[in-house]
Design a protein around this ligand. Structure first.
Ligand code: TMP
Length: 217
C-alpha cells in the first residue's frame, strides 16, 4: 500500500530543502519513493506552472488562476501520483490541495466551497495521508525567498512573492487553521529552526507515522 505525504508552507518556508532531505533519509531506510511538486510534476503541468508563476502574468484573473491549478493537478494526479501509489510507492509532494485552500481561498478570497469542489474533481480519492506544515513568520519567509531569487538571478517564478505582505499573512493563517481543524493529518513544525534540527524532527515524525500506519494494517 502506498502512502501520500505532502509538504506545505508559505514562501521561503524551506519546504524544498526539507523534502529533499526527507527523500534521501527515507531512501536510506529502504523506502521506494517518488518526489514531485505542484504546480508541475509532469511535462504538461510544468508548462501550466510557467504561466502561473511568471511575474509577467500579473494580469492573470483569480478564477483563471484557480482553474489552471486544478487543470495542472488533474494531469499530475493521473500521470504521476495515482500510478505511484498503485505501485505501493511512497509519494512526497511539495504542495497540493491545501495550497489551493490557503492561497486561492484565504489569500485571494475565492469561495472555499468552489475550491473544495474543484479539489474533489482534480484529486478525487487521492488525498494526503500526512501533511507536514512548515510554519514561520511571513517577514522571515519572504526575505529568504527574495534572497534566493537574487542569488539565483532568476525571477521567472516570483509572481506570488510580489504579493503584498497582508496576502502572505492570510495564507499563513489559512494554513494554521487547516492544521488545527485536521490535526490528525497535519504535523506542524517550526520553520525558524536550523535546517538539520528541522530535518531530524520531520524524519522522526514521518517514521513514527509510517510505523503506526503499517502496524494498523
Ligand atoms: P513553490 O514551488 O515555490 O512552492 O511555488 C508554487 C507557488 O504556487 C507558491 O507561490 C504557491 C502557489 N500555489 C497556489 O497558489 N495554489 C496551489 O494550489 C499551489 C499548488 C501552489
Amino acid at each position: 500500500m502506498g502512502f501520500f505525504i505532502t509538504f506545505e508552507g508559505i514562501e521561503g518556508s524551506g519546504k524544498s530543502t526539507q523534502i529533499a532531505l526527507l527523500d534521501e533519509a527515507l531512501r536510506q531506510q529502504g523506502y521506494s519513493l517518488v518526489r514531485t511538486r505542484e504546480p508541475g510534476g509532469c511535462a504538461i503541468a510544468d508548462q501550466i506552472r510557467e504561466i502561473l508563476l511568471h511575474p509577467q502574468n500579473s494580469a492573470l484573473n483569480s478564477t483563471a488562476e484557480l482553474l489552471l491549478y486544478a487543470a495542472a493537478r488533474v494531469q499530475h494526479v493521473n500521470e504521476v501520483i495515482a500510478p505511484a501509489l498503485k505501485r505501493d510507492q511512497l509519494v512526497l509532494c511539495d504542495r497540493y490541495t491545501d495550497a489551493t485552500k490557503a492561497y486561492q481561498g484565504n489569500g485571494r478570497g475565492l469561495n472555499q466551497q468552489l475550491i473544495q469542489d474543484l479539489n474533489q474533481i482534480a484529486a478525487g480519492t487521492v488525498v494526503p495521508d500526512l501533511t507536514i506544515l512548515i510554519d514561520l513568520p511571513v517577514e522571515i519567509g519572504l526575505s529568504r525567498a527574495l534572497s534566493r531569487e537574487i542569488a539565483q538571478q532568476d525571477d521567472s517564478e516570483g509572481r506570488f512573492e510580489r504579493e503584498e505582505i497582508a496576502f502572505h499573512q492570510r495564507v499563513r493563517e489559512g494554513y494554521l487553521s487547516l492544521a488545527q481543524n485536521e490535526s490528525e493529518r497535519f504535523i506542524q513544525v517550526d520553520g525558524t529552526l536550523s535546517v538539520p534540527l528541522l530535518a531530524t524532527e520531520i524524519l522522526e515524525k514521518t517514521l513514527d507515522f509510517l510505523h503506526r500506519k503499517k502496524a494498523s494494517l
